[in-house]
Design a protein around this ligand. Structure first.
Ligand code: ZN
Length: 114
């Protein structure tokens, strides 16, 4: 504690010290808020990733061709370039004219594997 020539000086020093303490304390609170915000953002991101994973697993429904000796499996992850089907296309979204690229069977011959 510094030496003071008068009580006034001491009060001034004390006020300044309190002000600094408050500033430091406020800063602490702010960094705590930032930390919590960052944590909740990380959690939200993780939740979104988890949801996206579940979603892609769901859209990955698999359908198997029941054509004789075929066994071709269509899933939305399948890219059927010859048939002009973009990856991510669900079986239900395939055009009715779509045929099994292996044996040429129609959509009606496919069975949902789930
Ligand atoms: Zn087939």
């Amino acid at each position: 504690m510094p030496m003071f020539n008068s009580r006034e000086e001491y009060e001034k020093w004390k006020a300044e010290r309190d002000r600094r303490m408050k500033e430091i304390y406020k800063k602490d609170i702010r960094s705590q808020d930032l930390l919590e915000e960052a944590m909740s953002q990380i959690k939200a991101k993780k939740d979104a990733e988890k949801e996206a994973k579940t979603e892609s697993a769901y859209s990955g429904d698999m359908y198997m061709c029941q054509g004789a000796n075929c066994g071709y499996i269509y899933s939305s992850d399948t890219e059927d370039e010859k048939g002009g089907i973009a990856p991510g296309t669900g079986f239900e979204d395939l055009p009715d004219s779509w045929k099994c690229p292996k044996c040429g069977a129609g959509k009606g011959l496919f069975k949902n594997l789930e």
